[in-house]
Design a protein around this ligand. Structure first.
Ligand SMILES: C[S@@+](CC[C@H](N)C(=O)[O-])C[C@H]1O[C@@H](n2cnc3c(N)ncnc32)[C@H](O)[C@@H]1O
Length: 438
């Protein structure tokens, strides 16, 4: 029978031989993509605050026969597990007890965990079988393991849901959890700068110009740095009540510092704010790049709350990117890979990857009518290659930065480098969705 204890100096030496660039004992294990064993050990000793890592060694009698660890992502209330054995102890049925130990330990230490995941190499049916016997459900194949040069190993993702209650926080986007908040701020502002002109054109083409100009009260939920609310206040100077609402104190403070007194900024959760508004008193509820960060099971609540506070004839206004919008020529495998990983992360948290494809039905179900959509393509010709590369590059890195680390940075850099090439071309598609309260 196997036993476990915290990693000792001896265990660490063994682990370094098992998992290194040139492992002494054969095949590399699958660590979370983009991380090396050394990087994880360093992080365990100096936690960066976003995830917790715990390593253990596996003992048979007094002999160390392998090691295992879990990584807890507190924000997502999810954990990832990994195990590795010395060659002579592989395939001996030791994975199941090890996994059980990791699950027990992780859930005891972090009782708020909702989900545990493990990956098995798709080339190793035995590993898959032992994870299945430990209670995992297979959820799909994703690229995992190491990215070296252009080589990436495939892995089967196995996930177990521990509890079925509130599966995720109400929004998956919190600027406070970004490694570099100022970089993300720069990205959002740049995105706004690039999109606002095009959005204004869409507003004119959908006849919304008139509706906005007659509005007395507009709320911009998830207003971020208040750029859109500020734009509204300039474009529609007659509107005397424009609210910008965001739960991030940091974002609200930064918007206040911009000195636009026409916009009333409120630091609050968007749903709470909508619920507290009087029924039927608002002309427009805007949500730009917000609903895509909310788990789908909560959309009904949000959209119904928005509809309740609208006047008859009032409207909801959603700005969204088409997730299948990213088109680059020549293609960049690293970016494609990053993209597919981001999709998995979003879905893992109950989100929807391509929101524009499904939002119409949700608007209808929440009672909206006259649902329309208008979209536009921004190409490198319109945006400039540099703008394209920086805004799309940053876009791909955020949200996966925790799990991709340096690999994400590499992918971003490869896009920026590619944008310098003569024949480089790229395109982004985004649009607005409108639904009216009949
Ligand atoms: C991708 S940003 C978009 C910001 C801004 N609308 C824009 O277009 O630049 C998502 C925004 O949603 C906000 N957000 C996250 N959770 C929210 C919630 N529960 N209620 C309202 N806003 C929320 C975030 O703080 C962030 O500002």
């Amino acid at each position: 029978m196997v036993k476990f204890r915290e990693l000792t100096k001896k265990g660490r030496e063994l682990a370094e031989m098992l998992v290194s660039d040139k492992p002494k004992y054969g095949t590399q294990i699958s660590l979370p993509t983009g991380f090396t064993f050394q990087a994880l050990l360093r992080e365990m000793e100096n936690p960066a605050g976003k995830r917790r890592i715990e390593f253990f060694e596996i003992l048979c009698g007094r002999k160390i026969i392998g090691f295992c660890y879990y990584t807890v992502y507190e924000r997502y209330r999810a954990a990832e597990l990994a195990t590795i054995f010395m060659p002579g102890y592989r395939g001996k049925g030791l994975v199941s007890p090890t996994i059980r130990f990791l699950i027990n330990h992780a859930t005891r230490t972090y009782p708020q965990l909702l989900r545990v995941e493990a990956t098995a190499s798709s080339a190793n049916p035995k590993a898959i079988a032992s994870l299945l016997s430990a209670g995992f459900n297979v959820e799909g194949v994703r690229p995992a393991g190491y990215v070296r040069g252009n080589k990436i190993s495939d892995a089967v993702l196995l996930g177990v849901v521990l509890k079925r209650d509130d599966m995720a926080p109400s929004s998956m986007y919190q600027i406070e959890s970004f490694r570099d908040k100022t970089l993300e701020r720069k990205r959002l502002l740049k995105q706004g700068e690039i999109l606002l002109d095009q959005e204004a054109e869409l507003i004119r083409n959908t006849g919304l110009q008139e509706k906005f100009s007659k509005a007395e009260r507009i709320v911009d939920i998830g207003c971020g740095f208040g750029q859109f609310a500020a734009w509204l206040s300039k474009a529609f100077p007659e509107t005397d009540k424009i609210f910008g609402v965001d739960p991030s104190r940091w974002m609200i403070r930064a918007s206040e510092a911009s000195g636009n007194r026409k916009v009333k900024l409120v630091c609050s959760d968007g749903l709470k704010f909508l619920d507290a508004l009087p029924a039927g008193g608002t002309d427009a509820v805007c949500m730009r790049f917000v609903i895509n960060h909310i788990p789908e099971r909560l959309w009904g609540r949000w959209l119904t709350a928005a509809r309740r506070c609208l006047k008859p004839g009032g409207f909801i206004y959603l700005t969204l990117s088409d997730a299948n919008y990213y088109k680059t020529f020549p293609g960049l495998p690293l970016m494609d890979l990053l993209f597919s990983h981001k999709k998995l992360l979003r879905e893992k948290n109950g989100g929807v990857w391509n929101v524009p494809a499904v939002i119409g039905g949700h608007l209808y179900a929440a009672g909206f009518r006259n649902i329309t959509q208008k979209s536009t393509c921004l190409s490198t010709e319109k945006m400039g290659k540099q703008n394209y590369a920086s805004s799309v590059g940053d876009q791909f890195v955020w949200g996966v930065e925790e799990s991709w680390g340096r690999t994400g940075e590499l992918a971003r850099k490869s896009l920026i480098d590619a944008a310098k090439a003569q024949n480089f071309w790229g395109q982004v598609k985004f649009g607005i969705h409108i639904g009216e309260k009949a």
